[in-house]
Design a protein around this ligand. Structure first.
Ligand code: MG
Length: 207
């Protein structure tokens, strides 16, 4: 393991011998990016809860938070969040080149790259995640709506609203798949402790 220190910021970065960034570093950076932009895991979990509770007896917020956390461990999602948040932040600092700066600032309807990056990250979770993302893109629920309606106060969330919708769609899809497993076992979420909603953690080699 190599530790490189960035001269300008003094930040330490961990790499392995092939100069690949360690997973823990990417996970941490992803969570920090959301936090920096004022989005908590609970904000996203609330959207998941609202969408899934009608279909899931015994579903609790803890299950939804656990599901959001699992989604945030996926590189596919982490990379999308890092790219999107970086672009929002650069645009806020007026650091993009024109005309991209103006396009991102204005959140132009025809831009679509924000939706495309966010959509790309949902494919891991299958067709339910894709259709749920479409639903959230259209009917902005909770924090997504707040992020979408903050223009003109120096905040640029052109990418962030779509990324939050993407995480929520994936987390909801995970739960929907789990619902079927529970039904087949004659159980509901009432029988399932939140920490057991993460099948990824039960796979050999995964943490
Ligand atoms: Mg957007």
């Amino acid at each position: 393991m190599l530790i490189l220190i960035q001269e300008e910021t003094g930040l330490e970065f961990m790499y392995n011998e092939k100069l690949r960034v360690h997973s823990n570093v990417v996970t941490e950076a992803t969570k920090n990016a959301l936090k920096r932009r004022g989005v908590t895991l609970e904000d996203i979990a609330k959207i998941v809860y609202e969408m899934q509770v009608p279909y899931n007896k015994g579903l609790r917020m803890d299950h939804c938070v656990e599901s959001v956390e699992s989604v945030l461990k996926k590189r596919e999602m982490q990379h999308a969040i890092l790219v999107g948040v970086e672009l929002d932040e650069l645009a806020e600092k007026n650091m993009l080149s024109e005309p991209l700066q103006q396009i991102v600032l204005a959140d132009e309807g025809l831009f679509g790259v924000d939706e495309t990056i966010a959509l790309g990250a949902v494919f891991t979770y299958g067709s339910i995640a894709v259709t749920t993302f479409g639903h959230l893109d259209k009917n902005k629920i909770g924090i997504i709506n707040e992020l979408d309606t903050q223009p003109g106060i120096g905040k640029i969330n052109t990418f962030l609203d779509d990324l939050v919708a993407s995480v929520a769609a994936c987390a909801a899809s995970r739960l929907a798949h789990r619902t079927r497993d529970l039904e087949e076992a004659g159980e509901t979420f009432e029988d399932l402790p939140p920490e057991e909603t993460a099948p990824e953690t039960k796979i050999d080699g995964a943490k």
